[in-house]
Design a protein around this ligand. Structure first.
Ligand SMILES: [Zn+2]
Length: 840
């Protein structure tokens, strides 16, 4: 019996050895040498699936689909024993974080996650992933077998398949067959919008915390099932640069632990060792910092892992070969070797420090639960906040595994930091208020997202410097230094179910509260149901309604015949708005329902300009807003192909951030003849430089005033004596590094309905003066931001500036929005501003 058993084992080992020996390399499988071509995404997926079939050391798992239907998946690579108990290892790991409740069966090994090609045109990533996979399953690098016994390696070969294939398709169709490193060539210059982003033109490496995009949502739901100890994210930078690895540059966010700091240094040394052996150039501690929480290094760091960014010199423009200024040629093969070396260094260093990686990882979460580092121990979000913003914020917390509950201690009055006034005040806890306690596994991430002012080791950051969630969602919220206990049980919102009424009401009214009402409006328009909106508050049947409330009358919808009530009920239920039926058009107070103060809302035809003149990220946000948030049709018109377009067909023309000089006449004609333009960020420049606009006059007046007040000769200004090496820092004094400013609003203006008396915007642009004619709808009255970094010179200039304004030109109108109110689609409180400008 024993002999037979042994024989079976021997046979099994032979089969597995034989299998690994016969596994095809990427070159053999693809039919060309890696680095001689850019591989199509589906071929790389086929290779991963093939290896997963052929090797007992690999297991490929699909975790989702992209917007364009491509496969998202990862491959687990480890010893047979580990792979056969993967589910146990996964659970044990999660139990140690406290994010999963249960009994651990004991064994815990580090999960090391290598994520490639999050930026589609940084196309070396996916090629490298295949090479790394083959090395691991074929054991063709010293120490690999030991690594696999003690670690589970997870490879995501391509985090952004849509972008990656766009790059590959364009490159392959424009490339010379004879490799051409000349940068003038078409193949090195891909047209708008480039292939860095996903289908909706989002930068997926800015989306980790916010998870607005389907690729991120699916990837992180999967990531959260494992909670790796190490996450490395592979990028490319300019082709003249060498290679970047850890330690990261300043600023580091203050929640990064001493061990995470130390491990960054260890990883740097480990990489340097392997790079030195190959005489490769590199740098560390420059350019790439650890502050903004939504990158592929910071987000894992704030989730207890070791997060790393790697940057290979190269990128989309470098193609198969690039002629460097030094005279050297950088090939795709060189770039593969860079990321391949870093991939192996990542695994090697993690393996060598595996015990401490595990113990410190466990401690990270244990400390969070028992002794949070956050000054504030409880965040109270008022239950009375606007529902769609509140619900969306809770969804964000769910996606980031942050726990919340209803607050206990109802009736208690506490000293607290009040986010909206940006100073200490008091809060009385009421029934329905939501508590986010700092005592939880994700304590440090709670700190990152709720700290009123994030603290960095330096103000020179690669990205924005403020994102505290109460500002993002415009929620009334308080931070308390006291520990407040929760009420057990799930936070749940009542589902709205309207029932069709049989007696025929005169009209239905929907109180205007926030974004759900815009989804409702969009839904009504799609069904050609006519509606009005009230410009003034009113009350009827003893109920009060806000400005902007919606009125749908039977008298104006005769074309719907018997379906009127049923259709409205359906649209209301789909969009979770509450209908109130009334039997008269006469109000208790305010203007009657049929008054001119409740104008009809026309179903607008909307166009967004895209193409060369525009910022692709800004266009993408609007595109996404219409399709995925509002669910309302929009037409994207390419500026390069706009000549034959009759713009009069469109009621609203949206200019995302961009430079529209070439279309200036067309746009002005459109406005003069009655169109409405919504101009964002620097698209405003075509209006601010045109003598016929009120904005131009305002800027001219301001400049004259400035000149007369600037008596002192500028040449004696001692700040001009700046040092060469301080140039970047000096420039910073003149700008806002994505800081948050309070915007005061004219609540009577329909474009401001639903935003409250004040609202918060992520400020990046310089300030525009108040308009002398037209409307100043939203403006900044203070020099200090409520959160984040703004330079001292910037602050002086930003006080008393316009953020939202409008003016008439001819029979049309321009609405100016100087900054992005819906930044990266996570600034959800801006959605109602967009809705107002489109529909009202
Ligand atoms: Zn990148």
């Amino acid at each position: 019996m024993k002999k037979i058993f042994l024989a079976i084992i021997t046979l099994a080992i032979c089969v597995s050895v034989l299998k690994s020996q016969t596994i095809k390399s990427p070159d053999e499988f693809l039919g060309y040498e890696l680095g001689s071509q850019f591989t199509y995404h589906y071929r790389a997926v086929e290779y991963f699936k093939y290896v997963s079939e052929a090797s007992p050391l690999a297991k490929y798992v699909e975790y989702g689909k992209t917007n364009e239907g491509r496969t998202l998946g990862v491959c687990f690579i480890s010893s047979e024993e580990n792979l056969s108990s993967l589910e146990d290892l996964r659970k044990n790991n999660l139990i140690k974080t406290g994010l999963l409740i249960g009994e651990s069966s004991g064994k815990q090994v580090p999960f090391i996650w290598l994520g490639y090609n999050v930026h589609g045109n940084e196309a070396v990533g996916m090629e490298t992933a295949m090479k790394t996979l083959y090395t691991l399953v074929s054991g063709s690098y010293p120490g690999v077998n030991e690594w696999l016994k003690s670690c589970v390696i997870i490879i995501d070969p391509c985090q952004n398949p849509d972008g990656r294939d766009l790059y590959t398709n364009r490159y392959r169709s424009s490339q010379n067959i004879i490799v051409n490193p000349n940068m003038d060539a078409w193949e090195h210059n891909q047209e708008w919008p480039g292939a860095r982003s996903n289908h909706y033109l989002f930068d997926l490496n800015r989306d980790w915390a916010w998870q607005t995009q389907t690729e991120t949502q699916q990837r992180l739901a999967f990531y959260n099932r494992y909670m790796p100890q190490v996450h490395a994210d592979f990028h490319e930078m300019g082709a003249e640069s060498t290679f970047f690895f850890a330690p990261a540059a300043d600023p580091w966010h203050e929640v990064v632990t001493p061990w995470q700091h130390e491990f960054h240094k260890l990883m740097g040394k480990g990489n340097a060792g392997l790079f030195d052996e190959k005489f490769k150039l590199y740098f560390s501690k420059e350019n790439f910092d650890l502050f903004y929480p939504s990158f592929g290094d910071t987000w894992p760091l704030f989730n207890g892992a070791m997060g790393f960014t790697y940057e290979q010199g190269g990128g989309g423009a470098s193609g198969l070969a690039y002629s460097r200024e030094s005279g050297d040629t950088l090939t795709l093969k060189d770039r593969i070797d860079g990321h391949y070396t870093a991939s192996l260094a990542t695994i090697k260093v993690s393996y060598e420090n595996r015990d401490k990686l595990i113990s410190e990882f466990n401690k990270y979460f244990e400390d969070g639960e028992k002794q949070p580092s956050f000054k504030y121990k409880s965040i109270i979000i008022k239950g009375s906040n606007e529902k769609s913003n509140l619900e969306d914020m809770l969804k964000l917390l769910d996606r980031n595994q942050i726990r919340y509950s209803y607050s206990g201690s109802i009736g208690r009055k506490s000293k607290a930091f009040d986010y909206s006034s940006d100073k200490d005040g008091e809060v009385t806890i009421e029934k329905g208020d939501i508590l986010i306690s700092a005592f939880q596994p994700q304590s440090r991430f709670v700190q990152v997202l709720f700290e009123p002012d994030s603290k960095a080791t330096d103000s020179l950051s690669y990205d924005i410097t403020a994102w505290a969630l109460p500002y993002v969602y415009n929620l009334k919220a308080f931070a308390l230094t006291d520990k407040i206990n929760p009420i057990e049980g799930k936070v749940e919102f009542e589902k709205i179910i309207n029932v069709t009424i049989t007696e025929k009401p005169y009209a239905y009214i929907v109180n205007y509260n926030g974004f759900n009402e815009f989804q409702f409006i969009a839904g009504l328009h799609k069904k050609n149901i006519r509606l009005r909106n009230s410009l003034k508050p009113f009350s009827i049947n003893g109920k009060s309604y806000n400005r902007g409330s919606l009125i749908i009358t039977r008298g104006e919808n005769k074309h719907l015949e018997g379906k009127f009530d049923q259709l409205i009920t359906e649209v209301a239920n789909d969009n979770q708005v509450k209908l109130e039926a009334v039997t008269t058009g006469m109000v208790d107070s305010g203007k009657e329902l049929g008054s001119g103060n409740s104008p009809v809302m026309k179903k607008p035809a909307v166009a967004v300009l895209c193409g060369d003149a525009t910022s692709s990220n800004s266009v993408g946000e609007l595109w996404y807003y219409f399709e995925r948030e509002l669910r309302y049709p929009v037409t994207l018109i390419n500026t390069g192909l706009a000549d034959p377009v009759d713009f009069r067909k469109y009621d609203v023309l949206i200019l995302a951030s961009g430079n529209y000089k070439k279309l200036k006449d067309t746009i002005f004609d459109y406005v003069r003849s009655g169109g409405r333009v919504i101009a964002f960020e620097n698209s405003i420049s075509i209006f601010s430089t045109d003598k016929t606009t009120a904005l131009f006059k305002a800027i001219e007046t301001r400049n004259t005033e400035l000149k007369s007040s600037e008596k002192k000769e500028k040449s004696t200004d001692s700040t001009l004596l700046k040092k060469f090496e301080d140039q970047r820092r000096y420039n910073l004094s003149e700008r806002s590094a994505g800081s948050i400013y309070k915007v005061k609003l004219d609540v009577s203006n329909p474009y401001a309905f639903g935003l409250g008396n004040e609202w918060f915007i992520l400020k990046q642009s310089a300030g525009y003066p108040f308009l002398p004619t037209g409307n100043n709808i939203g403006y900044i009255l203070e020099k200090e931001p409520v959160s984040g970094f703004a330079g001292y010179k910037y602050k002086d200039k930003i006080k008393n500036t316009m953020v939202i304004g409008s003016e008439k030109i001819g029979s049309g109108e321009i609405i100016y929005i100087t900054d992005d109110p819906y930044f990266r689609a996570f600034w959800k409180s801006g959605r109602v501003l967009l809705g107002n400008t489109i529909f009202r």
